[in-house]
Design a protein around this ligand. Sequence first.
Ligand code: CP
Length: 316
Amino acid sequence: MAALSDRHLLGLEGVPQKDIRLILDRAFTFREILDRPVPKVPTLQGQTVLNFFYESSTRTRISFELAEKRLSADSINFSKSSSSASKGETLRDTIRTIEAMKIDTVVIRHSAPGSAKLMTGFVDSNIINAGDGAHEHPTQGLLDIMTLEEHLKSLKGLKVAILGDIKHSRVARSNIHGLKTMGAEVMICGPSTLLPYEAEALGVHVSTDLNEALEFADVLNILRIQLERQTGGLFPSLREYRKFFGITMKRLNQNKKKYTIMHPGPLNRGVEIDADVADSEHSVILNQVLNGVAVRMAVLVLLTETHNKRKKKIDG
Ligand code: CP
């Protein structure tokens, strides 16, 4: 059975195409299982997964927990606010304490970029990055790619515009790396203050003009304006942002193109996306959510298989 190149999933940067293909193929298999009357398999029976969330989340946390339950794994949920972290216990001490109770995989969300990688030096478990600051959110990138493949069949030559707050977006980074590896062409577009300094180095088209992005794209991946990270007055007002970058039906109809509309959530309706666009026939937002469970099932299983295969080799 084919294995992944690594037993951790820390980001999509540098992940080879064959690994992404393996994850997607397995995710499509699990997607079929999710449609069954009893959507549960015994694949990870006996495995324990820790959902280690140091930052709030609705979609990713519930999606991982559901994926674990669908695979018959035992899940433990950690949230910072109700733990001894609020008494000053360090990240290292916290995770080593929990690992001493025997866990196999840690799913970590943290506001610090690099926290998932740091974790690989503390513990023996497989580590899955569920979002580390503005760095990466690999399972979001994978579920977005899966949703595009499901709807548009092939990613080769597909033109995807990622719109909005690219600078603070881990979703944008994982999408850029994954989409490029799978043969898509990517444009990032937003106000210059919300584009990363290294924009050109990412190997994408860059624009500050929404009309240019609408001309270019088959797919619009609309990012959330991260209200909690906007401390520096990076644009004058939400009203002004909507005026120049908000996706409205009027804007979508101006080119007579059939765009596929994506958004990682949570949505600011009436800011970066209008309600009628989010709920329209062009939108695959809820498909993204469902595919997220299948992708996370695939990642959990493949990392476990990869780990077991390596252990078997070492044990002889
Ligand atoms: N897309 C995403 O990561 O959403 P949550 O913050 O709700 O997990």
